[in-house]
Design a protein around this ligand. Structure first.
Ligand SMILES: [Zn+2]
Ligand SMILES: [Zn+2]
Length: 360
C-alpha cells in the first residue's frame, strides 16, 4: 500500500489517566491473522481498573487500544487464515492464549499458563475493539454470529461468557431444589440471571443496591430481589433457605459482598468470586461452611462463547445495552464508574468513521 489508511481508536496512553481517541493505522492481517471491522464494543469495569491503576499493576505495555467485547464483520484475512469469509458476522473471543500450552490445548485459553502474566488479549495489553478495526491473531478466536445485532452480540464476549462459565462450573448444584444468589446485577450479573433461567431450574435470588438493577433482575427472571442496603446473611437465609444458598455468585467482589457471600452459602455449596471489586475472601473453619467449594473463575472458553452465542440467537438471553459513540466513551466510562449504566454500555466505533485522516 502506498498510503496508510488511518482509523480512530480509544487508547490508553498513560497509567492512571483516561484513555484518548487517537488516529492509528489500520492494521494489515499477516499469516493466520484476521482483521475484523468492529460494529460494537462493550465497556467493562475491568477497563476502569486498568486505566486507574499505577504503572506495574498490570503486565501491559502502553499504549494499547481498550475494548475486550467486540462484534463486527470479517474485513480481511491473512494468507494462512481460513474458515471465514470477508463479510461474515462474528463475535471476538478476547482472552488470547499461547495456543500450545496444556490449558490452551484443552481449549482453556482463559487459563493459559504462558500468558498468565500478560498481555492477556484484546484490550488487555494488546490492541482491542474500541477502534474501527481489530486485528485478531487467529480465526479460532472468532465465533460466527449471523442474525445477531452487534450491539447485543458484543457483550456476549465477556459479560455473558464470564457469567455463563461461572454458572456452568456449578451446574451439579443447580437443580430444582436449590437456590442461587446473584450478588450484583450489573453488566455480568444481569446476564447471569438470564443464563441461570435459561439452563437451570434453580430458584434465583438477586441482590443489588440499585432499585433499577433489581427491576432488571425481575425482568430477567429472578424469583426474589433483595436490596443490598443493610442486607445481612441472615436476611438472605430468611428470604431464601435457612440452610443457605447452594450457590452464591458474587459479581461485585468487594469486602462487603464477599462477607455476605460467605455468610449466605450453604454447607457443601459453591461460593464463586467473579467480580474484581478489590475484596479479599478468607477461607478458614468458622468463616466458610465445611465442604464449600470456593472458585475464582476468569472468562470462559471459545466453545462456551459459541454456546452463549447460540443462547442469544435462540432469544434465551438478551443483553441490555446503552449505546454511545466512540467520542462519548470516556463519559460512558464515568457513568459506569458511578453505577449509572444499566446492563452494558456499548460503543459503536465505526459510526463516526475517520475519513479523511491526517496522521498524528
Ligand atoms: Zn470485562
Ligand atoms: Zn497457553
Amino acid at each position: 500500500m502506498s498510503t496508510t489508511t488511518m482509523m480512530r481508536a480509544l487508547r490508553l496512553t498513560e497509567w492512571e489517566t483516561e484513555p484518548v481517541v487517537t488516529a492509528v493505522p489500520v492494521p494489515e492481517p499477516h499469516g493466520s491473522e484476521v482483521l475484523v471491522e468492529v460494529a460494537a464494543a462493550g465497556l467493562c469495569r475491568t477497563d476502569l481498573h486498568i486505566m486507574s491503576s499505577p504503572a506495574g499493576a498490570y503486565p501491559y505495555a502502553l499504549p494499547f487500544t481498550l475494548g475486550h467485547e467486540s462484534a463486527g464483520r470479517v474485513a480481511a484475512l491473512g494468507p494462512e487464515a481460513s474458515g471465514f469469509d470477508v463479510g461474515d458476522p462474528v463475535v471476538v473471543y478476547a482472552r488470547w492464549g499461547c495456543g500450545t500450552c496444556w490449558q490452551c490445548a484443552n481449549g482453556r485459553d482463559n487459563a493459559c499458563v504462558r500468558t498468565r502474566h500478560g498481555p492477556h488479549g484484546a484490550g488487555l495489553g494488546r490492541d482491542g475493539g474500541l477502534a474501527e478495526y481489530l486485528l485478531v491473531p487467529s480465526a479460532r478466536y472468532l465465533v460466527p454470529a449471523p442474525g445477531l445485532d452487534p450491539v447485543r452480540a458484543a457483550p456476549l464476549a465477556d459479560a455473558a461468557l464470564t457469567s455463563y462459565h461461572a454458572v456452568k462450573l456449578s451446574l451439579p448444584q443447580l437443580h430444582s431444589k436449590s437456590t442461587v444468589v446473584v450478588i450484583g446485577v450489573g453488566g455480568l450479573g444481569h446476564m447471569a440471571v438470564q443464563v441461570l433461567k435459561a439452563i437451570t431450574p434453580a430458584r434465583i435470588v438477586a441482590v443489588d443496591v440499585r432499585d433499577a438493577a433489581l427491576e432488571m433482575a425481575r425482568v430477567a427472571g429472578a424469583d426474589v430481589r433483595l436490596s443490598a442496603e443493610g442486607l445481612t446473611a441472615s436476611d438472605v437465609r430468611a428470604e431464601t433457605d435457612p440452610n443457605g444458598a447452594s450457590v452464591v455468585l458474587d459479581f461485585v467482589g468487594n469486602g462487603t459482598t464477599l462477607a455476605l457471600a460467605a455468610g449466605s452459602v450453604a454447607q457443601g455449596g459453591d461460593l464463586t468470586f467473579v467480580g474484581r471489586g478489590g475484596g479479599e475472601l478468607r477461607v478458614a473453619p468458622g468463616l466458610i461452611p465445611y465442604e464449600t467449594t470456593v472458585r475464582m473463575p476468569t472468562w470462559g472458553t471459545v466453545a462456551e462463547l459459541a454456546e452463549v452465542v447460540a443462547l442469544a440467537t435462540d432469544g434465551k438471553i438478551h443483553s441490555e445495552a446503552q449505546v454511545y459513540e466512540l467520542d462519548d466513551a470516556v463519559s460512558a466510562y464515568g457513568k459506569l464508574r458511578q453505577g449509572e449504566v444499566l446492563g452494558r454500555a456499548v460503543v459503536l466505533p465505526a459510526s463516526q468513521r475517520l475519513t479523511p485522516v491526517t496522521p498524528a
